[in-house]
Ligand binder design. Structure first.
Ligand SMILES: [Zn+2]
Length: 279
């Protein structure tokens, strides 16, 4: 294929991507297509992989243990269970959080460059419940059966083994041990509890064993300083957690709740797909 033909094909596919998902920029869609074409030649996913949406491509890449594939609008697991990628519904900010499909999880980009999150910038707060329950467990006992104990600076905490999350947390521990000046922020920590997000109908990431809250006494939560405010209200930002600590977690695949407009600065969550998201 000569360069011009290749360009035209990429341009065409990128534009189709833009129509189905207005948030996808043409340059990013084109990058996703290149990745898909590479996968096609390896035969890893078989079939028409050039049509894989960028978000599905990211999930397949960052959660290899899950063995996901994308077919005909669905994320497909090795046991045949399927999860719809995009329900096609236009959603308000709150509905997108409460009723997220897989595509909605990539609707915002996790911003590691700004010192303060922009208005309603909440990348990672949208979680497709069906996807998380499929990966980490559909009940408290199923999630618990997939967890192991991690030594968190002398405190024993539970974290899921699924997707290598507990071993990534182990790398965070090893690196933070070299930074004793950060110790006061780290303990006591809490991880697993099967419950909804405070004041909301959706499940908390703590239900899946992928989240850790560090020392609450050094932390801030948006509702504490903005009592009674709704999820689209303008709110005051507060944070006391050093970015040096945050960057250690991010390096190993964790997002930080302090980068959310609806901040939760004690909260770290294993979400490598958010860190890889260029959609
Ligand atoms: Zn938390």
């Amino acid at each position: 294929m000569n360069k011009m033909n290749a360009f035209l094909i990429l341009y065409f596919i990128a534009c189709v991507g833009c129509v189905s998902n207005p948030r996808v920029k043409a340059d990013d869609a084109a990058t996703g297509v290149e990745t898909s074409l590479k996968q096609d030649s390896s035969g890893r996913n078989g079939g028409n992989v050039a049509a894989i949406p960028a978000g599905a491509r990211i999930l397949i890449d960052v959660y290899p243990d899950a063995g996901m594939k994308y077919k005909d609008g669905y994320i497909v697991f090795p046991d045949g269970e399927r999860i719809l990628y995009d329900d096609g519904k236009k959603k308000s900010f709150t509905v997108m959080l409460d009723n997220s499909d897989v595509e909605d999880m990539f609707g915002m980009r996790y911003d590691t460059a700004s010192s303060k999150p922009g208005y309603l910038s909440d990348a990672g707060r949208s979680r497709c419940e069906a996807l998380f329950k499929k990966m980490y467990g559909k009940s408290a006992s199923e999630v618990a059966s997939r967890m192991e104990t991690v030594d968190w600076f002398g405190q024993k905490i539970k974290f899921t083994k699924v997707n290598g999350a507990s071993s990534q947390l182990g790398k965070v521990v090893a690196e933070l041990k070299t930074k004793p000046h950060l110790a006061k922020y780290l303990k006591p920590a809490s991880t697993f509890y099967w419950r909804n997000v405070r004041g909301a109908k959706r499940m908390s990431a703590h239900s899946y064993g992928i989240a850790i809250d560090i020392n609450v006494k050094m932390s801030d939560y948006w509702l504490w300083a903005n009592k009674g405010k709704g999820e689209t209200a303008k709110i005051l930002y507060k944070n006391r957690i050093p970015l040096e600590l945050v960057r250690v977690f991010e390096k190993h695949g964790f997002v930080w709740g302090g980068r959310w407009y609806h901040y939760d600065t004690m909260h770290f969550e294993y979400r490598p797909e958010q860190l890889a998201n260029k959609v």
